[in-house]
Write a protein that binds this ligand. Sequence first.
Ligand SMILES: NC(=O)C1=CN([C@@H]2O[C@H](COP(=O)(O)OP(=O)(O)OC[C@H]3O[C@@H](n4cnc5c(N)ncnc54)[C@H](OP(=O)(O)O)[C@@H]3O)[C@@H](O)[C@H]2O)C=CC1
Ligand SMILES: O=CC(=O)O
Length: 319
Amino acid sequence: MKKHVVLYKELSEPLMQRLEAQTHVTLIKRLDAQGLEQLRAALPHAHGLLGASLKLDARLLDLAPKLEAVASVSVGVDNYDIDYLSKRKIQLTNTPGVLTETTADTGFALIMATARRVVELAIKVRNGQWQKNIGPEWFGTDVHGKTLGIIGMGRIGEALAQRGHFGFGMPVIYHSNSPKPAVEARFNAQYRSLNDLLQEADFICLTLPLTAQTEGLIGAQAFALMRPESIFINIARGKVVDEAAMIQALQQGQIRAAGLDVFEREPLDANSPLLHMDNVVATPHIGSATVETREAMARCAVDNLLAALAGERPANPVN
Ligand SMILES: NC(=O)C1=CN([C@@H]2O[C@H](COP(=O)(O)OP(=O)(O)OC[C@H]3O[C@@H](n4cnc5c(N)ncnc54)[C@H](OP(=O)(O)O)[C@@H]3O)[C@@H](O)[C@H]2O)C=CC1
Ligand SMILES: O=CC(=O)O
């Protein structure tokens, strides 16, 4: 008998056909109020769930007594109550690796955009403000040769280090749970304590997961250690940063600029001061958002889910 799967993310036609050949699929197209109602109605029959960007807590999981597997279309798993899933023996999977290079590209796009003021100056051109040869007030700062500081030397951190070292001749320093000798050898990278990295790096890039240990890790004290020329890049999770402290650091010139793909609340609040700061480049959580990579992530999630529902070990178990 076919098992029931609830999708809360649309899949491409080939992936949908594959899933439908092996399971009964209920598709929730949007996670708005109506979609959440549909989800709650479908959960009692669900053996498998597949999607992303939904806080899947015990309250929702309790509506799904038959649930065997949850396939997240993301590498980050901060939306899931992993202890509760494990207690219920529900397999959680994620999509590591397939999005690494694309997310590192996004990180580098933010590095370039903030340092060279790409968005701010492009808006001036569009608004007709480019009326004479530009002067120092529109100058940016170099990227090549500057010190790249990476907090969280995992897959994405390493891909960022590769771009900085080989592409831009940047000395790389990093902070992680533990030193990474292979990374040090490959990119001539050096390990630093968190505080030393914050003081030394020209670009401070977050590429670590949101966990109980990392929530609020970068707060007022951390921004006080950075320099007025420092540029802060967050492609990890908004809640790793105390957003109010970051806004204050930007407003007071404690740091030069910020490139942000992730925020405490997403979508970013319409009243956020970040929307009105020339030295902030804000993108709508696009780390992995290319056609190719999103398809690869969805394929990976479908593979994981079908394996778990067949009682096999999926390629990317989280718990
Ligand atoms: N903006 C976006 O769209 C995207 C965001 N992300 C985010 O990026 C994160 C990282 O992804 P990925 O590189 O694949 O994950 P990895 O697990 O490969 O890397 C994470 C690294 O963070 C380090 N780390 C964990 N906790 C700490 C800590 N307390 N202090 C210092 N370092 C720590 C780990 O270090 P160690 O190895 O030493 O334990 C690990 O190497 C994801 O969890 C997700 O939140 C991912 C994809 C897209
Ligand atoms: O934020 C994206 C992810 O894959 O994690």
